[in-house]
Design a protein around this ligand. Structure first.
Ligand code: PGA
Length: 250
């Protein structure tokens, strides 16, 4: 049985004070017997302050992105060494906003994933189809391409450090959540794909989060699906009570 993994992606929101307050409320409200691993993913500028709040607690700290070079003349970028220095345990790669707003390719995303693993950091690899791709029946084709580009050739030990987040782009920040059947079917497809690329055991160990308009009132049903092992939460992670409500659904 895979333990649920619920991560809150705060995106480009919060002042340092707001992020600190949110982290404090979360730490205070988190039941010691919570049925899930819990993580927060503030923006780079809030990481140091949030680290002070979550250190020594069960709440993991992640970053929303990373650059794949170690150091040097890469103005505006943040390296894995910098993330480690700040106490970060993992980073997202391939979030749909980076793919579709910033224009990141599968090749760039893969370089970032490799850099994180080389630095012994964990990864949440985000994948998911656009509405037009779902409507034209290409969901599985898109997942196939993105997952293969993301993890082909990793060792089983490296794969253990990777969580995949299935985030249908049409469900992110839109209030239009995938149905439990749509989520389960995509997650099952991803797990079978991972099993075909690695081993069944590797695939069974992997946690696959669902993301896209997860709220306290839909989390329980989504998380009850056999292949949905957690949630990557955006909007509803910006209020401690709604994020805690989602964790309670695990
Ligand atoms: P949302 O965002 O929960 O606001 O839809 C999810 C995400 O982008 O990770």
């Amino acid at each position: 049985m895979r333990k649920a993994y619920v991560a809150g992606n705060w995106k480009m929101n919060c002042t340092i004070q707001e992020a600190t307050d949110l982290a404090k409320e979360l730490v205070k409200g988190l039941a010691s017997d919570a049925n899930a691993d819990v993580a927060v993913i503030p923006s780079f500028l809030q990481i140091a302050a949030v680290k002070e709040v979550v250190k020594g607690t069960a709440v993991k700290l992640g970053a929303q992105d990373v650059y794949f070079e170690n150091n040097g003349a890469f103005t505006g970028e943040i390296s894995t060494a910098m993330l480690k220095d700040a106490g970060v345990e993992f980073a997202l790669v391939g979030h749909s906003e980076r793919r579709h707003v910033i224009g990141e390719t599968d090749a760039i995303i893969r370089k970032k994933l490799d850099a994180l693993l080389a630095a012994d950091l964990e990864v949440i690899l985000c994948v998911g189809e656009l509405l037009s791709e779902r409507e034209s029946g290409d969901t599985e084709k898109v997942l196939d391409t993105q997952v293969k580009a993301g993890i082909t050739g990793l060792s089983s030990a490296q794969l253990e450090k990777v969580t995949i987040a299935y985030e249908p782009v049409w469900a992110i920040g839109t209030g239009k959540v995938a149905s439990t059947e749509q989520a389960q079917s995509a997650h099952k497809y991803i797990r079978e794909l991972v099993a075909s690329m690695f081993t069944q055991e590797d695939a069974d160990k992997m946690r696959i989060q669902y993301g896209g308009s997860v709220k306290p009132d839909n989390a329980k049903d989504l998380l009850a699906q056999p292949d949905v092992d957690g949630a990557l939460v955006g909007g509803a992670a910006l209020k401690a009570d709604s994020f805690l409500g989602i964790i309670a659904g695990a």
